[in-house]
Design a protein around this ligand. Structure first.
Ligand SMILES: N[C@@H](CCC(=O)N[C@@H](CS)C(=O)NCC(=O)O)C(=O)O
Length: 211
């Protein structure tokens, strides 16, 4: 496997699931990383030096040599394409690649507006409609649980960046008041991801979590 000559810089926040998905991918690929915590509370992500890296003013961002990239899913695509020569994490076959992309869209869609947003309300006090977020989460998790009844990982028998993209906010959904008790297949899949060599957990937040 190719490795970068210097550690990949990751601009992140320890409680950001979007940043954790990148941290998890870096670790699963065994890549060296330099973590730089961005003080979101102090507005560091809206200052000119950070906006030069990501005009949307959001973590995560990576710098890998002369490549600067924002957006967690874009970063996963980059890391898999650049460092996983076997094409295990992002298959090159068009149908298999499309199956992975489908879940990246879910990660940017209902995962973000459902469980991730419900957690934003509970952990960061975001002014969002918590009941609506929980409703989106319930619909998503029902579909996900049914899908995982027949599939060990999201896009087939082996792990891909689809699993990495969905893991963090699903595992931490209880912090947003979304319990996972009703979804046995999701819980089994989470454990499968956690058993992968190189898995690193995301920091738990201080709020009392639903089971
Ligand atoms: N589409 C982006 C979303 C990233 C995102 O929402 N980051 C949050 C932290 S989890 C953030 O930086 N929020 C600060 C803000 O939007 O002002 C990605 O996938 O990286």
């Amino acid at each position: 496997m190719t490795t970068p000559s210097t550690p990949i810089r990751l601009y992140r926040h320890p409680l950001s699931g979007h940043a954790h998905r990148v941290e998890l991918m870096l670790s699963l690929l065994g890549l060296p990383v330099e973590r730089i915590d961005v003080d979101l509370k102090a507005g560091a992500h809206k200052r000119p030096e950070f906006l030069a890296r990501n005009p949307f003013g959001q973590v995560p961002v990576i710098e890998d040599g002369d490549v600067t990239l924002a957006d967690s899913n874009a970063i996963l695509v980059y890391l898999a394409g650049r460092y996983d020569e076997a094409g295990r994490w992002l298959p090159r076959d068009p149908v298999a690649a499309a199956r992975v992309q489908r879940w990246l869209s879910v990660a940017a869609g209902p995962l973000a507006s459902g469980p991730a947003s419900a957690r934003l309300v509970m952990v960061f006090g975001a002014a969002l409609d918590h009941e609506r977020c929980k409703g989106v989460a319930a619909q998503l998790f029902a579909v996900l649980d049914r899908h995982l009844a027949d599939s060990a990982f999201l896009a087939g028998d082996g792990p891909t960046i689809a699993d990495v993209a969905l893991y963090s906010y699903t595992a931490h959904a209880p912090e947003g008041g979304v319990a996972l008790d009703a979804y046995p297949n999701i819980r089994t899949w989470l454990a499968r991801v956690e058993a992968l060599p190189g898995f690193v957990p995301m920091q738990r937040s201080a709020v009392p979590a639903a089971a």
